[in-house]
Write a protein that binds this ligand. Structure first.
Ligand SMILES: [Zn+2]
Length: 318
């Protein structure tokens, strides 16, 4: 049997963590393609962007932060609503958890289902899952469009540059230093997860990121991009993946093909170019399913449940 294990249940290999200094104020906690966490050290406080998946995993981020500062961790920013990004929040005991109103709305609408779905898909990423408090991670501050948080004299802009990975995507931007924390809008050597994506909006949102001219960028997964050339490569790779998939799926839909046939053709078309990126086999079924939905009659992503995940996998990979 060549049947693939469901999602990433067979992915058990621990990754090497890096804590990369981008400036006196900005650090990237990365782990070879596992979800990243951004850290901003201001004059009087620390801000964490995306939390890791559990409070126990957050402790390793805190350990790294304490190697560079003893300032209090006051703010947690959620770049979007996905469980693997938000369920570690309580580990920081922050004064405030900040998210866009669109992200808040997604937590209300589908947070519970997403939590069960994500833990089922990728158990390794939820180390010590028993440390996650019951219920969901709720923002204490929400905003629409743009807001600034001042860490003393250091301005951090939280901006919605458009939909892409989800409808609530938020980037954190240090305008003085031109350093950007993109969340999953940008990935590097890692496959973009697009199960909740807006394929037709995502390229424009990447253009909006490029227009800020970041000199460094912390992607959602993959190494920190520390030069403008690397930033351009990260943006270009993400854009190519999203655009190639959309074109492929749209052509299949136009030819009247069913999802299963479109999936097989899209997998074959994208594998040579992107198959070496981490979680390629995990993401493709979810990504193509959402892309097919968007190319047919689902303007907004349908809610993934643990049960729907399994049914989809059985249909496309069984
Ligand atoms: Zn995500």
């Amino acid at each position: 049997m060549n049947t693939k294990a469901f999602a990433s249940q067979a992915d058990l290999e621990e990754k090497q963590v890096s804590f990369t200094k981008l400036s006196d104020n900005a650090y990237a906690y990365t782990a070879e393609g596992d979800p990243n966490t951004g850290v901003i050290v201001g004059d009087d406080a620390v801000m964490v962007i995306d939390t890791q998946a559990t409070p126990v995993m957050a402790q390793d981020v805190i350990r790294r932060i304490r190697e560079v500062t003893d300032k209090p961790i006051k703010y947690v920013v959620l770049s979007h609503y996905h469980a693997v990004r938000v369920l570690g929040a309580s580990g920081y005991a922050p004064e405030h958890i900040i998210a866009s109103r669109d992200t808040y709305d997604l937590i209300v609408e589908r947070g519970e289902q997403d939590k069960a779905s994500e833990i089922g898909r990728f158990p390794r990423l939820f180390r010590n899952v028993e440390s996650v408090p019951a219920g969901l991670t709720w923002p204490t501050i929400t905003f629409s469009g743009r807001m600034s948080i001042w860490l003393g004299k250091l301005e951090v802009q939280l901006i919605q540059l458009g939909r892409g990975h989800t409808k609530g995507d938020t980037v954190a931007w240090l305008p003085e230093q031109k350093i950007l924390f993109s969340g999953d809008l940008v990935e590097f050597d890692a496959t973009p997860y697009a199960g909740d994506a807006y394929f037709q909006d995502w390229p424009q949102t990447l253009d909006n990121i490029a227009a800020l001219q970041p000199r460094a960028l912390v992607p959602g997964r993959g190494a920190a991009l520390t030069t403008p050339e690397q930033v351009a490569a990260g943006l270009a790779g993400t854009r190519a993946f999203v655009s190639d998939m959309w074109a492929q799926v749209k052509a299949g839909v136009a030819a009247g093909q069913a999802l299963n046939a479109v999936y097989k053709a899209t997998y074959a078309a994208l594998k040579p170019k992107y198959g070496h990126w981490v979680i390629f086999d995990h993401c493709l079924p979810f990504d193509v399913t959402r892309c097919y939905d968007e190319a047919t009659n689902h303007v907004d992503p349908r809610v993934w449940t643990a049960e729907r995940d399994r049914q989809m996998w059985q249909t496309l990979e069984g």
